[in-house]
Design a protein around this ligand. Structure first.
Ligand SMILES: CC(C)(COP(=O)(O)OP(=O)(O)OC[C@H]1O[C@@H](n2cnc3c(N)ncnc32)[C@H](O)[C@@H]1OP(=O)(O)O)[C@@H](O)C(=O)NCCC(=O)NCCS
Length: 185
């Protein structure tokens, strides 16, 4: 039986599986390059074919239990505004959180709301014991999202990543199930 990526809802958002028909929207959201600038995996010149290739990996990663990626959709407007994932899932252990939101939708609390949903999904449904995230030090908005969802800063990896020829300091954050469950029962 095919395993389905679930829908997860809050009052304002639905997290759902990407469809190939989302590729135009993904391309439009990533076209201006400001998301590529502070993410680890998104290339600067992003084409519709890249969006299609990326979307085509989601189902098999989910079936292999190595990752789960959700489209972030504004429920009322049925508008795709971003993506949120748990990647590098290690069974009974941990996973890495990653996300992006289209620039015109920044600063409305959307990522914080989506990240709360996926944290709960990771701990309650996937069953990992630790969820971690990393962001460039020069991207404090991402750090604020992680603080908003209760993650703890674990340190800074200095000049850890080479991005477009520059060495970047990386902030590490983590949440432990044993701590999260006390605040979310
Ligand atoms: C990081 C990102 C996902 C945040 O999405 P968002 O929906 O705007 O996030 P939210 O609105 O939930 O929260 C952003 C928080 O950062 C704060 N913030 C924004 N810019 C900031 C800055 N320069 N310095 C400090 N805090 C900042 C906001 O005030 C908000 O804090 P609040 O919750 O106390 O009001 C979005 O900016 C983005 O997609 N950036 C490009 C891709 C990226 O960097 N992804 C993360 C890779 S690690």
């Amino acid at each position: 039986m095919k395993m389905e990526i679930p829908n997860i809802e809050s009052s304002r958002l639905v997290l759902r599986a990407f469809k190939q028909s989302d590729a135009d929207d993904v391309h439009a959201l990533l076209a201006d390059g400001s998301i590529a600038d502070t993410t680890f995996l998104i290339p600067k010149s992003y084409t519709k074919e890249m969006a299609e290739d990326w979307i085509s990996t989601h189902q098999s990663e989910f079936e292999k239990r190595t990752g789960v990626t959700f489209a972030i959709v504004l429920k009322e407007a049925s508008k795709l505004v971003g993506a949120i994932s748990l990647i590098r899932i290690e069974e009974d252990h941990q996973a890495e959180l990653g996300y992006w939101i289209g620039k015109e939708f920044w600063g409305k609390g959307i990522c914080t709301e989506a990240a709360k949903l996926i944290l709960e999904y990771g701990f309650r449904d996937i069953g990992v014991l630790r969820i971690y995230a990393r962001h460039m030090t020069r991207n404090p908005a991402s750090g604020k999202v992680l603080q908003n969802i209760g993650m703890k800063r674990e340190g800074c990896l200095r000049k850890h990543l080479k991005k477009w020829g520059s060495l970047e300091d990386i902030e590490m954050y983590g949440a432990l199930f044993e701590e999260w469950k006390d605040d979310n029962h």
